[in-house]
Design a protein around this ligand. Structure first.
Ligand code: AMP
Ligand code: GLY
Length: 424
């Protein structure tokens, strides 16, 4: 069987790596893929982007199923296009992906269905937004309604900072149409976790939990990034908390979408803040897997991923079970010089450690140029390892990180610290 994966990041490499392990899968095609998925027996990169071209390719090559990694093609309706052509694809439709591409939609939806989240209001008028900030005080959070590639959230510690964010988004339109409407919401305290499920429209199957590290520098300092590392499981999600998240957040979301006539199929990612009062609240929904959470999650998945995705596409998830490696996994992102503002490209990557049962280097911003691997994006690699416990997974991952070389490489040295501290 042939499978097509849309995207080019570490998440997509991990998905393709896992799918290629299915005895039924002959080859995984990636559009466009990266340096880790080219020139290899298991994978083939294809340089197509246009949805109609991809549909034609999937038909010509008799692709059994297409799996979509990033949010942009989902928001642009790739699932609608493939389905209209009678092709099998796993992901939410454009309407269902609204949970991610409109924060205003997601917040109003959560209010309609009593799903716990921070109190908020939405604005298109800057003066009204400024007045609301004056009323609520700081800390407070300003979010662009639309997709902004990780730049749409400002956690303002002062009212001045919140006013600045509103002026930039609504006044100067620094994020374009994505910031033409803003959500202003209360600041929530607690511990974050990523809770991701597979959905078939009615039923869900929870994946292993994970936690990522959004800031660039050790100690959660520096600018926000797409994620500098992740580990699975997230100890903050105890079995009791797991049941509660399903009951209070995931189930009502899937049921609410169905009740509103928008069936949700695909991965659904709830970014959670678990308060000191023990209440989980939704910070955001993503309509896709997280990156880099996917890398440790896929390393722990023992079941055949194709089987699970087929159950989801066939509305048959009710009977599916996923087996997980009881060993924790931890991934360290190695980013390019200048990331996140202005990542430099073209640095030569040498000396990658060979993959092993308990250690895999997933590629993201890499490219093969004349047989040489070079950097081609912000997050370059995610070195991921399994261990008997989190500490040994971390030791193993950093052993591999130490073997990777390219000019200007940046990585955090404290991935997993919070969980390790909590367990001591
Ligand atoms: P989002 O893209 O909505 O997940 O926001 C990015 C990051 O901003 C989250 O991972 C949190 O660290 C932080 N954040 C978002 N909303 C809030 C909130 N209401 N209170 C505190 N932190 C938040
Ligand atoms: N790691 C966070 C995300 O993928 O949105």
């Amino acid at each position: 069987m042939k499978i097509l994966v849309i995207g080019s990041g570490g998440r997509e490499h991990a998905l393709a790596w896992k799918l290629a392990q299915s005895p039924r899968v002959r080859r995984v095609y990636l559009a466009p893929g990266n340096g880790g998925t080219s020139g290899n027996r298991a994978f083939q990169n294809i340089a197509l982007q246009d949805f109609e071209d991809l549909v034609q390719y999937a038909r010509d090559e008799q692709i059994h199923m297409t799996v979509v990694g990033p949010e942009a093609p989902l928001a642009a309706g790739i699932v609608d296009t493939f389905r209209a052509a009678g092709l099998r694809i796993f992901g939410p439709t454009r309407a269902a992906a609204q949970l991610e591409w409109s924060k205003d939609f997601a917040k109003a939806f959560m209010a309609r269905h009593a799903i716990p989240t921070a109190a908020y209001r939405s604005f298109t008028d800057a003066e009204e937004a400024h007045a609301y900030v004056r009323l609520r005080g700081a800390p407070i959070v300003v979010k662009a309604d639309g997709l902004a590639a990780g730049k749409g959230v400002v956690v303002a510690q002062s009212v001045e900072q919140a006013h600045g964010a509103i002026a930039a988004m609504l006044g100067h339109r620094n994020l374009g149409a994505a910031g033409a409407r803003v959500v202003v919401e209360d600041f929530l305290e607690g511990e974050e976790a990523s809770f991701i499920v597979l959905c078939d429209g009615r039923n869900t199957l929870a994946l292993a939990t994970a936690q990522d590290h959004k800031r660039l520098l050790d100690g959660d300092r520096g600018p926000n990034t797409g994620g500098m590392g992740a580990y699975s499981p997230a100890p903050v999600v105890t079995p009791a908390m797991h049941a509660r998240v399903l009951r209070e957040i995931i189930d009502p979301t899937i049921a609410g979408m169905a009740a509103e006539g928008i069936e949700y199929t695909g991965f659904l990612y709830a970014g959670l803040m678990i308060g000191n009062d023990g209440q989980p609240r939704t910070l955001e929904f993503n309509c896709r897997l997280g990156d880099p959470e996917t890398q440790p999650i896929m390393m722990r998945l023992k079941s055949d991923l194709l089987d699970l995705l087929e159950c989801a596409v066939d509305a048959n998830l009710g009977r599916a079970v996923a087996q997980w490696d009881r060993r924790p996994a931890l991934g360290v992102v190695i980013a390019a010089h200048g990331y996140p503002e202005q990542p430099r490209q073209g640095d030569v990557i040498s000396a990658l450690p060979p993959d092993a049962e308990d250690s895999v280097v997933f590629h993201a911003g890499t490219r093969l140029v004349d047989g040489q691997l070079v950097t081609s994006g912000g997050r370059v690699l995610c070195v991921t390892a399994l261990g008997e416990n989190l500490k040994s997974a971390r030791r193993r991952a950093y052993e591999s990180v130490a073997q990777v070389h390219f000019a200007g490489a940046q990585f955090r040295t404290d991935i997993g610290n919070r969980a390790l501290r909590a367990s001591q």
